[in-house]
Design a protein around this ligand. Structure first.
Ligand code: PAF
Length: 283
């Protein structure tokens, strides 16, 4: 496995891969890898000749009062995990290389970037789409692998790829959960034992909404109200949003007549967590 730290070297390597006619799969990450990331790496391994993983804690997707400075970073541990998954290249550039002084150019998916997490984290998705575009330009992957846990991110990146005719296919892999249902997240590491218990409220609220859906309810307002009751039982968790939206446009819907995304975000202590499920009346 090769560890590449500069854009120049990454470009040269990508050119070599493409000149061999090999299929290049990219898993973009911010490090602090867990089984969720590794499931993306395994999907990339299955579908690509060469697998690249980027590790870059992207400053532009964090708000001024968010956890950029304390976000867990351990390149050595991450590289050890990736080596065991037979990853070919790890691209870990510096902030200075990715954002040279005076960088003022952004990629914004208008409208969609202000929905769900974008409403409570202004500028977050603009940071994501900008850095993902940069990674696509530098690495030129044939396919990029993302986790369904960040469902809004997936929808926004897919729209960006379509709108800007980027020659990349975006592959989405299922959420990986702990045995009790908690969705894996690098931010789970912030939780103390009591918060870890409280964090289950996100998944519980989604399950309550899904149970009602399974009994035939198609009114999003009723499903949301049921899910919210779980938060009323747990004072340690503060709901940010629980919404039911179209999974492609992220627009609210007034009746569930096709696939719908039930998405939740909440603060447990100071840690902001997200989770979601997809319901489908045709299944
Ligand atoms: O999902 C993430 O870890 C990040 O948002 C991404 C896609 C690597 C961009 O920084």
């Amino acid at each position: 496995m090769k560890l590449v730290k500069t854009i120049e070297e990454m470009r040269a390597l990508s050119n070599t891969v493409h000149s061999r006619g090999a299929h290049l799969g990219l898993v973009p990450t911010m490090g602090a890898l867990h089984e969720g990331h590794l499931s993306l790496v395994r999907a990339a391994r299955d579908k690509s000749d060469t697998v690249a993983v980027s590790i870059f804690v992207n400053p532009t997707q964090f708000g001024p009062h968010e956890d950029f400075a304390k976000y867990p970073r351990n390149l050595e541990r991450d590289c050890g995990l990736l080596e065991r998954e037979h990853v070919d290249v790890v691209f870990a550039p510096s902030v200075e290389d990715m954002y040279p002084a005076g960088a003022v150019t952004w990629v914004t998916v208008e409208g969609m970037s202000d929905r769900l997490c974008g409403r409570s984290r202004p500028g977050h998705f603009r940071g994501v789409t900008t850095v993902v575009s940069k990674l696509f330009h530098i690495i030129e992957p044939d396919a990029a692998f993302f986790g369904q846990k960040d469902a809004a991110q997936v929808a926004i990146i897919r729209r960006m790829v379509r709108d800007l005719n980027m020659p990349v296919s975006s592959e989405v892999c299922p959420i990986i959960r702990e045995s009790d249902g908690l969705a894996l997240s690098s931010r789970n590491a912030y939780l103390n034992p009591n918060e870890r218990k409280s964090a289950l409220v996100l998944y519980r609220s989604l399950r309550r909404a899904q149970e009602l859906f399974d009994r035939g309810e198609r009114d999003p307002a009723k499903l949301i109200a049921t899910g919210k009751q779980e938060f009323a039982k747990d004072s340690a968790a503060r709901l940010d949003y629980l919404e039911i939206v179209d999974p492609d446009s992220l627009e609210s819907i007034s009746k569930i007549s096709k696939r719908a995304l039930i998405a939740v975000a909440a603060f447990v202590g100071n840690t902001r967590l997200i989770d979601n499920i997809v319901v489908d009346p045709e299944r």
